[in-house]
Design a protein. Sequence first.
Length: 89
Amino acid sequence: MIENEELEVEDEEYPEELQPVLELSDGIYELIEKLERIREKLDTYEQEYLDADLDTRESIELPSATSIGPWNEFVYGSISQIDVLSDPF
């Protein structure tokens, strides 16, 4: 991926026809960053739960199917869609 700072310096030389490639790359990068933050929160939650004693575990609110379900649908739906798409080249 080309860094935005590099583009600013060479903005006039950057080929306009590559703009869709850059936008897709940037969008994928942004999606990955957001998913990584969510994964880190899930990992932290899981580890805190596993490290807690039984009394503390009873007081920890577990995520409901209502909150987890849409995320599972989104993630696994996205994986399925990516598997169906051909490479963008």
